[in-house]
Design a protein around this ligand. Structure first.
Ligand code: KG4
Ligand code: ZN
Length: 345
């Protein structure tokens, strides 16, 4: 018998994603983003995101089925992100998944958004290395997880640390705004930084002093860095001098990536774990990928980072984790599956 065909739905933030997988094989990854509608607000507006999901849901499901060359009746199981994320946005995806599961008479699997950012890697690089340390860096999260079972069974996804204030992607977006770059700012900073110097400005590395490391060894903090960049830019403007955008971008990006890589490798080393997986939108950052690979090699740690299209929110990651739940014989969710905006891993 061939492996089950799983359809995954993702609506935790501003991407309406529908992915279809068979085992570890990706058949379709349709994404509709409402990012342009949020751009003028400089951040995701929950109400706008929910409405956009409602409009995009059916066309995105249809597009995914067409790409995969299947009809909905071929689907063996439905997976859906049921948290964490924006409550109203999650509700749209969960309601759609329930309707599909009920209509098709197929099981539904509620999946955790963070764990699905980890699971997606198997679509590109094959079976997940377990145990591994996963660093998830996105607009909503910056977490270090110890993963022994990506389906979360028996505490298989164990949080080691997280941000105590802004998420890494949030810091990228806020600093981009200060520099007059469009939202979402991460890719623009990444691009601009290539023309600048990483050592032009010595921006602070959050939670890396000896005292902070005692309490926050694997935690992150980016709000102090963001404030430092704001002060630096304001001082330039007050002095009537031009702001060297590329240098600020490169130095800021270096401060973020340096801390992320340092702490992720420390987390892996401290657990004697030889595999580091990086996911989430910020994992698309070219400097982060380069630094992680360079430093990990010296420690004998392998790094896996999915291609950028799989790092940002999508439906394939949900289908990937759903497929893993089916393969590992996990119990499906019931049809009263709730959407939980602060669902823990
Ligand atoms: O995972 P994601 O698509 O959505 C959330 O769950 O937040 O991540 C979006 C975040 C945004 O903050 C965006 O600026 C950031 O990922 N991002 C990047 C890059 N591409 C996207 N940050 C830095 N460098 C990039 N190349
Ligand atoms: Zn995400």
């Amino acid at each position: 018998m061939s492996e089950p065909l799983v359809l995954g739905i993702e609506t935790s933030c501003d991407e309406t994603g529908v992915g279809i997988v068979r085992g570890h094989t990706l058949l379709a990854d349709a994404v509709a983003s409402s990012v342009d509608e949020h751009a003028r607000f400089g951040g995701v507006v929950p109400e706008v995101a929910s409405r956009a999901h409602l409009e995009a849901m059916v066309p995105t499901i249809e597009r995914a089925c067409e790409t995969a060359g299947i009809t909905l009746h071929d689907v063996d199981a439905v997976a859906v992100t049921n948290g964490p994320g924006l409550a109203g946005a999650l509700l749209v995806g969960v309601a759609a998944a329930k309707a599909l599961a009920l209509g098709l008479g197929k099981p539904i699997y509620g999946v955790n958004h963070l764990a699905s950012h980890v699971a997606v890697d198997q679509l590109e690089h094959g079976p997940l290395p377990e145990p591994c340390v996963a660093m998830l860096v996105s607009g909503g999260h910056s977490s270090l997880l110890r993963v022994t079972d990506v389906t979360g069974q028996d505490g298989g996804v164990d949080p080691m640390g997280q941000t105590i204030d802004d998420a890494a992607g949030e810091a990228f977006d806020k600093v981009a705004r200060l520099l007059g770059l469009p939202f979402p700012g991460g890719p623009h900073i990444d691009r601009s930084a290539r023309e600048g110097s990483t050592v032009a400005i010595d921006f602070p590395r959050g939670l890396t002093s000896r005292r902070d490391l005692e309490r926050h060894r694997f935690d992150f903090s980016f709000s102090g860095l963001k404030t430092a960049v704001a002060r630096w830019v304001e001082a330039k403007e007050r002095a009537g001098e031009p702001v060297p955008v590329a240098d600020v971008a490169a130095s800021f990006q270096e401060a973020v990536c340096d801390v992320l890589v340092r702490k992720a490798l420390d987390a892996a080393s401290s657990e004697g774990i030889e595999d580091l997986l990086i996911g989430g939108g910020v994992a698309a950052n070219s400097r982060l990928r380069h630094l992680a690979e360079e430093r990990a090699e010296k420690l004998g740690i392998r790094v896996r980072v999915p291609r950028p299209g799989l790092c940002t929110d999508n439906g394939a990651m949900v289908a990937a984790l759903g497929a893993e739940m089916v393969a590992r014989g996990r119990t499906p969710s019931s049809l009263d599956l709730p959407a939980d905006s602060s669902l823990p891993v």
